[in-house]
Design a protein. Structure first.
Length: 258
């Protein structure tokens, strides 16, 4: 009979997670150059290769103005544009966080380190999608999602509890968004890159949860990881935009995404 070894549960320290965040964010930088350099015709062909996705999720509908309002479009380029919108939101949020008057006084040193890392990551992600779409869209001048405007209502960016609660909501929603959008991507190269980014977003969610409740199991709580399947929560674009849309004041539609 084989010996049974009892494995002692070890909670990774927040410092270790912060080091991983810094490394994992930098690994995304070079991927934008690869994706932006793809041939437009190859991207369109790859996007249309799955006939079921094409018919069900808006094949042939590129991002752009529809009836006077920008629409995210369908298929691969629509999903990338959807991700670009979310990354614009997260980048804007963390930019305001690290530049708030109370950032160096109302947040702990650990808070500041983690939130600054997340700020850099989200800016990298935003610029990655902007470069990728600029290279992949047939006419980026009219088809690239414009810079969005945001309103956070009564959120006090100098209040630690409010900022971390909002960060938690954004990061949890971001992970669920990538998980839900994966099935809509037909180009394997895009799917690989989305998988890399969602792994970083999941680290973000974990780090924020650990700041809120240190040395707990909240970093992988049952509200975000299904205790039966062991899988992350996933949401369709319509579900995610209903949440994120509360912060976005620029009008746009997602007619060809589920």
């Amino acid at each position: 009979m084989r010996n049974v070894v009892k494995i002692q549960e070890v909670q990774p320290s927040l410092t270790d997670r912060r080091k991983f965040l810094k490394i994992s964010g930098l690994t995304i930088v070079g991927t934008g150059l690869l994706l932006a350099g793809c041939n437009n015709d190859e991207n369109v062909i790859a996007s249309a290769s799955n006939s079921n996705l094409k018919s069900k999720y808006g094949g042939g509908h590129f991002p752009g103005i529809k009836d006077g309002v920008f629409d995210l479009g369908g298929n691969d380029l629509g999903v990338l544009t959807y991700a670009y919108a979310l990354e614009q939101l997260e980048a804007d949020f963390y930019t305001k966080v690290v530049n708030a008057n109370g950032f160096t006084t109302n947040f702990t040193a650990e808070d500041q380190q983690v939130l600054t890392d997340l700020y850099h990551h989200e800016v990298i992600h935003r610029e990655f999608f902007k470069a990728a779409l600029s290279g992949a869209l047939p006419n980026p001048t009219s088809q690239l999602l414009p810079n969005l405007a945001f309103d956070y209502g009564s959120l006090n960016f100098s209040n630690r509890d409010q900022v971390l609660a909002t960060a938690k909501a954004l990061e949890d929603t971001g992970v669920a968004a990538y998980n839900g959008a994966g099935r809509l991507i037909s180009n394997p190269g895009y799917l690989l890159l989305a998988g890399k980014i969602v792994s970083v977003e999941a680290r973000h969610a974990s780090a924020i949860r650990s700041l809120i409740n240190p040395n707990s199991k909240d970093f992988a709580g049952d509200d975000v990881v299904n205790p039966t399947t062991g899988l992350d929560v996933k949401k369709n674009p319509s579900e995610v935009l209903a949440i994120a849309g509360g912060f976005i004041t620029t009008n746009f539609t997602a007619l060809y995404l589920p």
